[in-house]
Design a protein around this ligand. Structure first.
Ligand SMILES: Nc1ncnc2c1ncn2[C@@H]1O[C@H](COP(=O)(O)OP(=O)(O)OP(=O)(O)O)[C@@H](O)[C@H]1O
Ligand SMILES: [Mg+2]
Ligand SMILES: [Mg+2]
Length: 459
């Protein structure tokens, strides 16, 4: 019966019209029993008491732009062993396969293995009685150029006017992240959320790449907004650096973010740029504790964990004895700390200046709840509108510039000696400041990207 069978190569182009996939390159694999489709966002739902699935397919290899939403009736759920030996419980659907003028129904399992090079695998069940494989050849039933594929998918027509912006963060439901996406879309851009943990990259001189779990490529973004939480600094900065090396604009560079995460380094840098800070001491050994306390003017004094955030690692030691115990306790845990003169006259208040592209776009005062000296909102601090002086504005702008940050939350404390810089944040939160000032900060952040990229909306 060999005469009636079509000879195919190890790769071929097919189409799946019921799924609205006009062309997809398959790996012909007679070693696999069932055929598989590389799908993401696979979600079951009930329709007329039957289980269906919705799923997304990126049908074109190395193209993260073209996405097709599919739905199909589930005919089975099966444990499938992949070529690497992993077992996975997969949905099975039935759909019509069109290949070189013939069509027949095949079963397809849905899988979202990232590592699958081909978007579809054609197994022996689908080929049974119809095909013979010549493993040495490819595209015996017809090759397709990139242009052919593009025209099948109308890729050129589809392109948006706006910018493609990626938001690199950890939690899409966070107020700040929701606002950034919303503001970007409102200004006509395509803003997509990417979980930092689900991005991975290929370092290569000729074809460097950044991928997202599920196979999407992120190489074609126009800009990236990194919003890296402290626990993700190392990986998040490596990822941001990779975008930079691929000439994708990042709203805050990896270098600026990583140096802002080192409190000591930041304070040194700020001082070197002529910005005043509360007198600060740092020592490696507990043997120097006594002198360190003296250096910053004795008690009461502030002790800060270098890795602390949200006020959690900041302690006020009222007496010299208390200071010694706390410093030595931290040291015995091998924690890195700095000690700092306590600005009592601030009365539990500090000022947050939000700097974008060299301008203070909003400012608020934060006030600690009664009995607390730390003004952090996470610790119950309240925010209110405040008019900052031109000196304070200058300090904030200078600090952001010294740190190399296009977007920065600059914290200033009012002392009897004048305004002093406390710290500079590279992923400042939007909720407190937008609420207190009723300013659309998210939109101003997107505006900074537009300005840098010289983007002109074509109405
Ligand atoms: N030297 C100081 N004198 C008086 N109050 C201080 C001093 N340093 C910090 N504070 C208060 O404690 C709060 C927290 O300190 P700081 O901002 O340095 O650390 P953090 O909030 O833990 O860091 P991050 O803002 O990065 O989360 C400040 O907002 C301020 O209200
Ligand atoms: Mg702070
Ligand atoms: Mg900080």
């Amino acid at each position: 019966m060999i005469e009636n069978k079509t000879i195919v190569g190890s790769e071929e182009w097919v189409s799946l019209p019921q799924l609205h996939i006009p062309a997809i390159k398959v790996r012909v694999d007679s070693g696999a029993k069932t055929s598989a489709l590389h799908a993401v966002n696979i979600n079951p739902f009930l329709r007329n008491n039957e289980t269906w699935v919705t799923f997304d397919v990126f049908p074109i290899q190395n193209n993260g732009k073209k996405l097709i939403h599919c739905e199909a009736l589930v005919i089975d759920k099966r444990v499938i062993k992949s070529s690497t030996g992993n077992r996975e419980n997969r949905y099975v659907i039935r759909t019509s396969l069109h290949i070189s003028g013939s069509a027949w129904d095949i079963e397809l399992t849905l899988t979202n293995r990232d590592t699958m090079g081909y978007r579809m695998l054609l197994g022996r069940e689908a080929m049974m009685g119809r095909m013979l494989v010549d493993p040495e050849s490819s595209f015996l039933l017809g090759a397709m150029s990139d242009d052919d594929v593009e025209s099948k998918y109308n890729l050129k027509v589809e392109s948006l006017n706006g910018l493609k912006i990626g938001l690199l963060a950890s939690n899409p439901d966070l107020y700040s992240n929701r606002r950034i996406i919303e503001a970007g879309e409102r200004r006509g851009h395509d803003v997509q959320f990417f979980n930092i943990r689900q991005c991975y990259m290929k370092l290569d001189a000729k074809t460097p790449e950044i991928h997202y779990r599920g196979g999407k490529m992120l190489n074609d973004l126009d800009a990236v907004i990194p919003r890296i939480r402290p626990s993700m600094t190392f990986y998040g900065c490596a990822l941001t650096r990779q975008f930079e090396s691929q000439k994708i604009f990042c709203l805050n560079s990896a270098a600026a973010i990583s140096q802002s995460r080192d409190k000591l380094f930041s304070l040194q840098l700020l001082l070197n740029n002529g910005i005043d800070i509360p007198t600060t001491g740092f020592a490696n050994s507990p043997l120097d504790t006594n002198d360190l306390i003296k250096m910053v003017g004795g008690s009461p004094l502030i002790i800060k964990l270098l890795e602390g955030t949200q006020g959690k690692g900041v302690v006020l030691a009222e007496t010299k004895k208390a200071a010694e115990s706390v410093i030595n306790a931290f040291k015995s845990l091998n924690a890195n700390i700095l000690v700092q003169e306590f600005i009592k006259e601030a009365n539990g208040k500090d000022i947050r200046c939000f700097v974008i592209d060299g301008k203070v776009v909003a400012a608020m005062q934060r006030e600690a709840p009664p009995g607390e000296f730390r003004a952090n909102m996470h610790l119950g601090g309240t925010a209110s509108l405040i008019k900052v002086t031109s000196e304070e504005k200058k300090i904030a702008v200078k600090a952001a510039k010294a740190m190399g940050l296009q977007v920065a939350g600059v914290d200033i404390i009012r002392s009897s000696k004048g305004p002093l810089l406390l710290e500079v944040n590279s992923s400042p939160g939007l909720e407190g400041i937008e609420t207190a000032t009723e300013k659309d900060i998210a939109s101003l952040m997107i505006g900074a990207i537009e300005k840098y990229l010289k983007y002109n909306p074509k109405h």
